[in-house]
Design a protein around this ligand. Structure first.
Ligand code: C5P
Length: 227
């Protein structure tokens, strides 16, 4: 299992300070669209300058028509990020088009699909997708696997089932992690490291338990020991 720290602090300087404090660790860093819209690709370059072995997950959740998604995917690949994500609900054709467009890259980023946003409750999901959330999430995962993606963003509690339906090597990346049972904040279905491990998760995303700690590096060190 690998660790991805969410750089969710409100300013570029705070995010860079956090990254600097984590410089000794070859971990994933998640850059969301708030940060990317404001700080752009320079910010990604600055992260790599701090530690060239940091792996960057650009969490932009692309959703558009197939050709437009593939255009964006190509730009992302050219920036040299290590992983990004797209919405599975954009459709299998869109996912296939993205993967075909990335074929020309000798070393392309990993591509993950977002299945169901965890902010949906059962009813509101059904209003939009006309199906139950767990059934649809598995179907989305299967379609992204068939389209040639590398994995999905999902909850810890869906990870094992998704691997069972697809392939053991199809990656699962899960937010909502409270490594040692810390406060769940606004997350609904949280899990600790031991549970993530049991559910065969590949990459855990941790935000607040790291960046709100007095000494984020100590928390990261402890998490890496537990992995
Ligand atoms: O602070 P916390 O550990 O809850 O942060 C989790 C990170 O994962 C945040 O950046 C959040 O936006 C992201 N995320 C999530 N649930 C999803 C997708 C992304 O919590 N379904």
């Amino acid at each position: 299992m690998q660790l991805c720290v969410a750089l969710d602090l409100p300013s570029q300087s705070e995010n860079l300070a956090l990254a600097k404090s984590l410089q000794p660790y070859d971990i994933w860093l998640k850059v969301g669209f708030r940060t990317f819209i404001r700080d752009g690709r320079n910010f990604l370059e600055e992260l790599k300058e701090i530690n060239p072995n940091f792996k960057i997950f650009l969490d932009l959740k692309l959703y558009d028509i197939p050709n437009t998604m593939a255009d964006a995917a190509e730009e992302i690949a050219q920036m040299g990020v290590d992983m990004f994500n797209i919405h599975a609900s954009a459709g299998k054709k869109a996912m296939q088009t993205v993967m075909q467009r990335l074929e020309r890259f000798e070393k392309r980023p990993l591509v993950l699909a977002v299945t169901a946003l965890t902010s949906f409750d059962y009813q509101s999901f059904k209003e939009i997708y006309g199906a139950d959330i767990d059934e649809k999430a598995t179907q989305f995962a299967l379609q992204s696997y068939q389209a040639g993606l590398d994995g999905v963003v999902c909850s810890v509690y869906e990870s094992r089932m998704i691997k069972h339906e697809t392939d053991r090597n199809f990656l699962t990346l899960t937010p909502g992690i409270r490594p040692f049972g810390e406060a769940s904040d606004d997350q609904k279905r949280v899990a600790d490291i031991a549970t993530a491990h049991k559910e065969q998760v590949d990459i855990i995303v941790v935000g607040r338990p790291v960046y709100k700690a007095d000494k984020p590096a100590e928390v990261v060190e402890k998490i890496l020991e537990a992995l």
